[in-house]
Design a protein around this ligand. Sequence first.
Ligand SMILES: C[S@@+](CC[C@H](N)C(=O)[O-])C[C@H]1O[C@@H](n2cnc3c(N)ncnc32)[C@H](O)[C@@H]1O
Length: 313
Amino acid sequence: MKKEILDILACPACLPEEAELKLEIFDASGSDVIFGELRCKACSKVFQITNGIAYLLPESVMKIGRSQYRYESGQVLSSYLWSHYADLWGDEDASDTYARWASHLPDTSGFALDCGCAVGRFSFELSLKSDFVVGFDYSRSFISTARRLLVDRTFVFPLIEEGKIVTEKRIMLPDKWESVRVEFIVADAMKPPFKHDTFSIVTTLNLVDKLPRPLDHLKEVDRVARKKGAHLLFSDPFSWSGDVCPEEHWLGGTETGRYKGFGLDNVRKILSGEDGTVTPGWNIKTEGSLWWKIRNHRNHFELIRSHFIRAEK
Ligand SMILES: C[S@@+](CC[C@H](N)C(=O)[O-])C[C@H]1O[C@@H](n2cnc3c(N)ncnc32)[C@H](O)[C@@H]1O
């Protein structure tokens, strides 16, 4: 964990109180803490830094459903590495979706946050739009892969072709994505371990429908974004599922309840401040949709329409 992010961290277990964390270093390489501890100055809870990865999960994350564990499997890792990086090795089926999402954001100064960053592609895109990017995800497998790529700048993995047949693929990061300006940590999108009024850019792509409390995530996105001069990119296919989130907490996809109707309309209302959850609300600047592709194996792809909202404060 790069020491640069210490000042923007807050104890995830104490939220909504924003307690400071004290860093103890056991082993470091320059400004990178390889082994250490982050101890909360208020509740004394200790968060480990192991092999350069800070684990900043609140206790409540244990209540996250079984569905989250699918992101730890080798098969899903192969799918996401393809989805994020296949264009870098010139795969004929790859898309430029992440660059297209990024094209909707302006150049800024200060910190950017990529919530639910998976294996990190969009965080690298954001490094071209800000001074320093923090990508976080709940999946240890995704974050350890993203951080390996960050440190080594190359990563070899088995891409699933069919059944047990794999092809070895090598990802090499382009020079324009500088490792010194990106960090990846393990954290929970409903308790992001950061101080309020911090990020000039906050992005949450294809995440809200994967959370047991989607509304909590949107409130937290608003809390950690700068109060003035912040840019938000939200995108989602709104694939609500009872396996992930009890129906009463969905932000769309039902005929009754506070958030009946389509998720896109409800998220727009929430972000703009119309329903009183987020105050003051965001100014919605652009909306649209992008086709996002996931590859399960060489003959099986998922094509997902992800609706985006770009907003400013
Ligand atoms: C559908 S993927 C989208 C990944 C990435 N944002 C993208 O668009 O490629 C959902 C991601 O959310 C992560 N996730 C699920 N629950 C989470 C939580 N409570 N906190 C943080 N990340 C979570 C998963 O591990 C996975 O990486």
